[in-house]
Ligand binder design. Structure first.
Ligand SMILES: *Cc1c(COP(=O)(O)O)cnc(C)c1O
Length: 395
């Protein structure tokens, strides 16, 4: 067994680009909130494949949908209509502000589509000078050139210049600086309703409503990147529902099919004409296989009580983290909604993450000093207690 472990890690390090700082374990199996490595060690997973596996690992709902659809039709390309894709689009529209959906394969691609749609709409409606996109400092929108250009973190943009033209950045939660930056050359403001990679930063009350007002004033589109916070993660199906503000465009990916690769860009009907035949496309986007799984996942989220569970356990989890903040000098602040929670500590989080791993708990660090928790939405209070006990001991 030990040899197998050495081989997997050594081979990966030899044959693959070293783009990831990986945990030194090889996972072989998962069930619910638990995963196992190749030595049989069990871990409680509070990362969930980075906010992806909302129904947990080896979900019977995913397995059943995969099995059924894989026997019928896996892929045909977007030259044809297919039922699961159509049904998923309708279900997303029925449950959101949106009226149109474009399917793709990842969060970056969904944001890429949003950027292209905003540019094209600005261009067609107002002329070629309306192309500036404002996004936020510390934001994360993906790793393709356009989404990297929209991302407000210098460290991941390093070495790729020149990036795309026409992106400006303002601090999240600063409405005055946004007002200063927003003029009629701006075609869109792009924002995560809660910043995930930025360290679980929530908007101030009314901030997003004010952003929307400013957008309206300058005929700029509002894009919500809900790749991380969508699909029930915050205790509502979409994070924007907490703030009483609807965007013009919303992007989804991560949890949309519980681990099968899919992204989606949703918008209002007004924008539909800017994305006519031939304007944008993808070979894989929304295959019958992934959309059938996504339909099953969305059905379960809406009908099996997982969003309510997220609310309830999220509240419990946040209270327990707040206890740590109250009792421990090393804990600074707890932030987040539902089951996207961040605990800011007064020292680098990486050693804490490593110690948790040794203890059999997978957690993650966003920015340098924020421990981030993104467990499956099916997590229980007793599983949360197990993690809290470890954190109490090691922090
Ligand atoms: C993960 C993430 C992305 C990028 O998604 P990929 O599927 O990795 O391309 C974009 N925006 C946000 C907010 C994310 O969390």
């Amino acid at each position: 067994m030990n040899d197998l472990k050495e081989n997997t890690m050594a081979s990966a390090d030899k044959y693959m680009f070293q783009t990831y700082g990986r945990f030194p374990i090889t996972l072989v199996k998962g069930d619910g909130c638990r995963v196992w490595d190749d030595k049989g060690k069990e871990y409680l997973d509070f990362v969930g494949g980075i906010a992806v596996c909302s129904l947990g690992h080896s979900s019977p709902i995913v397995t059943a949908a995969l099995e059924k659809q894989s026997k019928e039709l896996v892929h045909v390309s977007n030259l044809f209509y297919t039922r699961p894709q159509t049904d998923l689009a309708k279900m997303l529209v029925d449950n959101s502000f949106a009226e149109r959906v474009f399917f793709c394969n990842s969060g970056a691609e969904a944001n890429e589509a949003a950027i292209k749609l905003a540019r094209r709409y600005g261009n067609e409606q107002f002329g070629k000078d309306k192309y500036i996109i404002i996004s936020m400092q510390n934001s994360f929108h993906g790793r393709t050139m356009a989404t990297l250009s929209a991302t407000g973190q210098e460290k991941i943009k390093h070495g790729y210049s020149p990036l795309l033209n026409g992106f400006k950045f303002v601090p999240f939660n600063d409405i005055n600086l946004l007002a200063k930056a927003l003029d009629d050359s701006v075609c869109a403001v792009m924002i995560e309703p809660i910043q995930g990679e930025g360290g679980v930063i929530c908007p101030d009350p009314d901030y997003l409503a004010k952003v929307k007002d400013l957008c309206k004033k300058h005929q700029a589109l509002l894009i919500f990147d809900e790749v991380q916070v969508g699909m029930g993660r915050t205790g509502k199906l979409f994070a924007y529902e907490h703030f009483g503000v609807t965007p013009d465009i919303m992007t989804l990916a991560k949890a949309l099919a519980n681990g099968l690769p899919i992204g989606a860009m949703l918008s209002t009907e007004d924008l539909a004409s800017a994305f006519g035949p031939g304007s944008h496309a993808t070979t894989f986007g929304g295959t019958p296989l992934v959309t059938a799984v996504s339909l099953a996942v969305l059905n379960s989220l809406l009908n099996d009580g997982w969003i309510e569970n997220c609310n309830k356990t999220g509240k419990y989890f946040k209270e327990r983290l707040q206890d740590l903040v109250d009792k421990k000098d090393s804990c600074v602040e707890v932030r987040g909604k539902g089951l996207i929670l961040g605990l800011e500590i007064d020292s680098p989080g990486a050693p804490i993450v490593q110690t948790c791993l040794k203890e059999g708990f997978i957690i993650n660090c966003a920015q340098e000093k924020v421990l981030r928790f993104l467990p499956p939405l099916i997590v229980t209070e007793s599983e949360i207690d197990l993690l809290i006990n470890v954190l109490k001991r090691i922090l």
